[in-house]
Write a protein that binds this ligand. Sequence first.
Ligand SMILES: O=C(O)CCC(=O)C(=O)O
Length: 278
Amino acid sequence: MKITVCKTEMDFPGEVGELRDSSDLLENMDAIHARIGEDGYLLLRNFIDREDVLVAKEKFRTEIESANAGSIQINKDYLAYEEEFKKIFESPRLFEFFKRFFGESALTFDFKWLRRVRPDKYTGLHFDNVYMGRGSERLHTVWLPIGDLTPDLGTLVLNVGSHNERKQKLVESYGKMDVDRDKVEGWFSHDPREYSEKYGGQWQTTNFKAGDIVIFTMFTMHCSTLNVTDSDRYSADIRFQPSSNPIDERWYGKDALGHTTVDEPKISMEVFRRNYGI
Ligand SMILES: O=C(O)CCC(=O)C(=O)O
């Protein structure tokens, strides 16, 4: 079938591959580390209680539609109030997993990103490090579909092995950028084919079920498919890191400010890329 990644039509399965399921490795942390080291992500099916996700979806839909809002960022006070969200974003299973993964207790950012992606919208290619790279080098993202998501509605698409670019020019240039400090646009590109032709790696996605999660590194290039339906797509992305590591002050603590340059003009990514020859 044809799917549209950002604005590019591609075959799936084909040019876009199927995400590799790592659920069978869960009891073996060495294998989990080897897999994320190789792929840059972990797909874990049915990790969060499906019914809890569907309850949170109804809550989210009701609130966001009545507020006529787009995506929202929520902080700790809101989470404490909204039990339905806390139950999935701060589930004991996530903390237990990351405790084993880090070899020490885990901490999650107070900020959580809940996305309402409307028809004809998508997320462009980026590394998360450019938005939240001031703290731990072991920070990871957890992406959760809120509901069952097919690629026509909008799914996460990752470039397998792209974090291994770490050693290379892209990670040393774009990857070290900070959208607030450098005042540059965050998305590296809108064109997945141009990226893979230049930097390699296959783009991968899947049909997601409520309860599945994807964990990925700060240097895993990702984006989403275009929402070609007339419904909204709901998802969330949240972050975990070792408790003992430094924390990006924009996203944690009672004085957390979020992005500091939201309304300021940004240098275009086209100019940034030209300057670095990337
Ligand atoms: O859900 C999306 O469309 C994008 C999510 C994302 O960029 C992230 O989790 O970092």
